[in-house]
Design a protein around this ligand. Structure first.
Ligand code: UT7
Length: 333
């Protein structure tokens, strides 16, 4: 059995910065409310008409990750792409990457697990590496949220939170035991699917139905924020402990915890629960908002670029979101 380690990291965010004050010109909201409830100061939103998409941002992040791994695109033998905002209803973004990057006809898989998407994607890639099927896998998380948000007062409970961006990791085969990805744990609870959802268009409620009724806004994201928040803090804690216990580790052993950037208050709750110091936790939601499947990989890349991830460090990633789905990844760097 092999182990898998991260050999390259990259991220890309659009240049266009949207501050809380900018949002207050589009809807009835304000900087104080947003910062107090979420910690977010600004986010990046794709400039309308720029042609940027989840795939195109994914390509930019992937090129950086591949270069840093000292591999070439032709060394990659599988693509895993996590997003809830694909360029097309189908096919998925994985095949767009294969095409846009002019890669050999390798396999490409899309993961649809929203905020837990990158954790699920890493777990899937890890299994392929461990069994020996693939040597180098490109794992991408990317979101183009801004094109699908209700940017009026009606949608303010959701739209102020989300941002656009992409991150990529190269997962490579290694023979070093005790290093790399030590474990991944994944969960779901579909009975809460409708608490955080974009319901339409679905095959059961296709575009003509939507067009018939202008009051039908089920193509905008809906979130029962308080309910999601309450579940998030419980599931985050459970799945972090599950990952640590599976490796005979405890919270004190964590060198760096990178939570999915859903809400700074959620991250702070988890930090407090596990008595982690500020230097043991990395957050960047203040700058980018919640970028869903991209948030963990953007944060991990930024933390690594800032020298916060060192050889031998114990790095814990955890996510919770729509589905509900949640999961953790424990890495010995
Ligand atoms: O990443 C996937 C997982 N997602 C999450 O984990 C998100 C979890 N949930 C949350 O982060 C929080 O629930 C939110 C930040 C979304 C909302 O915070 P909240 O403290 O739960 O606020 P609320 O929805 O209970 O709304 C409180 C008040 C309401 O007004 P009334 O009814 O008290 O008069 C809302 O209408 O705040 C109002 N409100 C706003 N006011 C200004 C809601 N959104 C806004 C806004 N600006 N953007």
């Amino acid at each position: 059995m092999y182990t898998s380690k991260i050999t390259g990291l990259g991220y890309f965010v659009p240049e266009n910065i949207v501050t809380n004050d900018d949002l207050s010109k589009m809807m009835d909201t304000n900087d104080e409310w947003i910062q107090e409830r979420t910690g977010i100061k600004e986010r990046r939103w794709i400039e309308k008409g720029s042609g940027e998409t989840s795939s195109s941002m994914g390509v930019k992040a992937a090129k950086i990750a591949i270069e840093r791994s000292r591999l070439s695109k032709d060394d990659i033998d599988f693509i895993v792409f996590a997003t809830l905002s694909p360029d097309m209803y189908f096919p998925g973004c994985g095949v767009q990457i294969q095409n846009l990057m002019d890669m050999p006809t390798i396999g490409a898989l899309d993961i649809r697990n929203q905020c837990s998407g990158f954790v699920y994607a890493l777990s899937v890639a890890d299994q392929f590496i461990k069994t020996g099927m693939y040597k180098n896998i490109l794992v991408i998380g990317a979101e183009y949220h801004s094109g699908g948000l209700d940017i009026t007062t009606r949608g303010r409970g959701v739209s102020v939170i989300f941002g656009d961006g992409a991150g990529a990791a190269i997962l490579s085969r290694s023979k070093k035991e005790g290093k790399g990805i030590l474990s991944t744990h994944l969960h779901s609870e579909g009975k809460h699917a409708k608490e955080l959802t974009v319901e339409s268009p679905s095959i059961a409620h296709w575009v003509p139905e939507l067009l018939k009724n202008t009051e039908d806004l089920s193509y905008f994201p809906y979130m029962n924020g308080t309910f999601v928040f309450k579940n998030a803090v419980v599931r985050f804690s459970e799945v972090i402990l599950e990952g640590l216990q599976a490796n005979n580790l405890s919270p004190e052993d964590i060198d760096l915890f990178i939570p999915h950037q859903a809400n700074l208050r959620i991250s702070q709750f988890v930090q407090k629960k596990f008595k982690l110091r500020d230097d043991q936790v990395f957050n960047n939601i203040q700058k980018y908002g919640n970028t869903t499947a991209a948030s963990i990989i953007i944060a991990l890349t930024e933390a690594w670029e800032n020298g916060k991830v060192k050889d031998g460090d114990l790095v814990v990633l955890a996510a919770f979101g729509s589905g509900f789905t949640w999961g953790s990844v424990v890495i010995r760097w």
